[in-house]
Design a binder for this molecule. Structure first.
Ligand SMILES: [Fe+2]
Ligand SMILES: [Fe+2]
Length: 182
């Protein structure tokens, strides 16, 4: 699947600009980590772009409906498994095992926190620091829907320090800021 095909598929099932931008943000961060680990950037990026494919139309079947939608597209099983595993212990029992899955699990919620943080700043993504993001991470009443435990558990699975993950994620989102409404 090419990036264009993935984006077309995302737009087939999603009209919400916020959801499309979230997919693009997760895509950008997944690509940055793929590069870091020497993996396939487009493949990891597409997993990120499509990870919430079913969320707008089938929120009650999140991560489950996606499997059906992607099978129709003849997407390979590893791709589907990776997407389903981001809902581990929340909407699926598929544990993130591959590094790609662990990264997705961690940075999905983190992208939500970065997005919420950017929206509070006059310059949005521009100049955001790890220090300011850490503050927002600790302030549990800020963007309360962001599951900090998932991010922390994910960082452990990834075997990478959370500040480093934050730094790479901020940088990746900064690079696509104008394309994700930030
Ligand atoms: Fe999700
Ligand atoms: Fe998500």
């Amino acid at each position: 699947m090419t990036r264009d095909e993935a984006l077309t598929l995302l737009k087939k099932y999603n009209e919400s600009e916020a959801l499309i931008n979230h997919g693009k943000a997760v895509e950008a961060v997944m690509k940055a980590f793929a590069k870091h680990y020497g993996e396939d950037e487009e493949y990891w990026g597409n997993v990120g772009l499509l990870h919430d494919l079913d969320y707008e139309k089938w929120p009650e079947q999140h991560c489950v409906k996606t499997e059906e939608l992607l099978k129709e597209e003849n997407v390979d099983d590893a791709f589907i498994r990776a997407i389903c595993s981001h809902g581990w212990k929340i909407c699926t029992d598929i544990e993130p095992k591959l590094q790609m899955e662990k990264v997705l699990y961690t940075i999905d919620e983190l992208c939500g926190l970065i997005n919420a943080t950017a929206l509070m700043r006059p310059t949005k993504m521009d100049g955001m620091t790890v220090k300011s993001l850490k503050k927002k991470f600790k302030a549990s009443s800020f963007a309360a829907g962001v599951n900090r435990e998932v991010i922390q558990e994910g960082a452990k699975l990834m075997n990478m320090d959370l500040p480093k993950i934050m730094e790479m994620s901020i940088k990746a989102m900064e690079e696509v800021a104008s394309d994700i409404g930030l």
